[in-house]
Write a protein that binds this ligand. Structure first.
Ligand SMILES: Cc1cc2nc3c(=O)[nH]c(=O)nc-3n(C[C@H](O)[C@H](O)[C@H](O)COP(=O)(O)O)c2cc1C
Length: 352
């Protein structure tokens, strides 16, 4: 175990885990936001965590490292300046929606420590797409300008109060606000915590949504439209995955992100069974195998690049996800349990 990993496990994690999960999340993000505003803190962190990244080019974007921050941890981009310094090769901010919204009532986030998992039903609590655009503008971020030292993805979803039949307009509103501030836009149609959202993965709805967004990307920038990635659920059947691929192939989408959290409760340890009854999406170790299966299924059938995400908590998991066919990786729950040392270790031990 490296010094960074020991320090996280022995000092930082016990302090963080003493707090309720959402409070811990807020405190940590706030600390990272402050550190991000202090140049020296950023530089110091970069010296510690940023040593082993390997560049790769995917969908026309230069990624300095293959491990990114998954969507949902920094919804409003408050710590956007810090993720590169912590060793991430890219950061996906959001999910944001066209209108600011509070999300579901608390409590809505639980750690299942024995299972190294998290259940969340946050419900896209966010300040809205316009606020994220302002935050990125204040940080000097424009598509392709590498202002943060790493590519920035922005994830967009549907505002809860927008009826499903108006979903396309809702996504378009966010897209127009953010397209020139993001190196890629992730279309989130797979959160289990917004009623009906996952039905946007159905063939007809997905075709309408992606046709509109890819056309808008061209309207905004004819010579180099922003790449659009689609984030999908691990709970889709094989035939539903094949339909998603068909739609992505026919609409000019540039990549897939697999997977979001699962509704399944398989793989939960006995000590966590009570918490497992909470409604919401499950992430972390119980998701590792299913996310990898989905990536393998997709990779065998498409040339589109895939970002593999779900239960990556070791260099071996990262390697296995790449072997399944992923070109890039994302981590969220593993970062909560293992801290930045995990990102450093993957960067160090996993070559392409
Ligand atoms: C607290 C929490 C919030 C999340 N919010 C989002 C989100 O807003 N948008 C999104 O696309 N995925 C969201 N996710 C899903 C993660 O991006 C990721 O796909 C999933 O957790 C599996 O990866 P992991 O096992 O490394 O956490 C969230 C996950 C967690 C645990």
């Amino acid at each position: 175990m490296s010094g960074i990993e020991r320090a996280y496990r022995g000092i930082a994690r016990p302090l963080i885990f003493r707090m309720d999960a959402e409070r811990a999340h807020e405190v940590t993000l706030r600390a990272l936001a402050v550190a991000g505003r202090l140049g020296p803190a950023r530089v110091a962190a970069a010296g510690l965590f940023n040593r082993h990244r390997r560049p790769v080019r995917v969908a026309g974007i230069e990624f300095p490292g293959i491990v990114g921050l998954a969507g949902g941890l920094d919804k409003n981009g408050v710590a956007a300046r810090m993720w590169g310094s912590l060793g991430f090769g890219f950061a996906e901010l959001g999910t944001v929606t066209s209108q600011a919204q509070p999300g579901n009532p608390q409590p809505r986030l639980w750690r299942l420590a024995q299972s190294r998992a998290v259940i969340n039903r946050m419900g896209f609590n966010n300040l809205g797409a316009a606020a994220l655009a302002r935050t990125l503008a204040a940080a000097g971020v424009r598509r392709g300008n590498n202002a943060l030292g790493i590519p920035v993805g922005v994830s967009i979803g549907k505002t809860k109060i927008t009826p499903l039949e108006h979903a396309v307009d809702d996504y378009l509103t966010s897209f127009r606000l953010l397209a020139d501030r993001a190196d890629y836009v992730a279309v989130n149609v797979s959160s289990p915590n917004t009623p009906g959202l996952r039905s946007l993965q159905d063939k007809e709805s997905l075709t309408d949504l992606l046709t509109a967004l890819t056309a808008e990307a061209i309207t905004i920038d004819k010579s180099g439209p922003v790449p659009i990635f689609v984030k999908i659920a691990p709970d889709l059947s094989e035939s539903a995955l094949d339909e998603v691929l068909e739609v992505c192939g026919s609409t000019g989408v540039q990549g897939l992100i697999a997977t979001n959290t699962t509704l399944s409760r398989d793989g939960i340890g006995p000590a966590d069974l009570e918490l497992a009854a909470e409604a919401g999406g499950l992430s972390g170790a119980p998701l590792t195998r299913r996310a990898r299966q989905v990536v393998a299924h997709l990779a065998a059938r498409t040339d589109l690049p895939i970002i593999g995400v779900g239960g990556i908590e070791s260099a071996a998991d990262a390697r296995a996800m790449l072997d399944a066919g992923a070109r890039l990786l994302q981590v969220l729950t593993g970062f909560i349990y293992h801290g930045p040392g995990l990102i450093d270790r993957i960067n160090q031990e996993v070559s392409l």
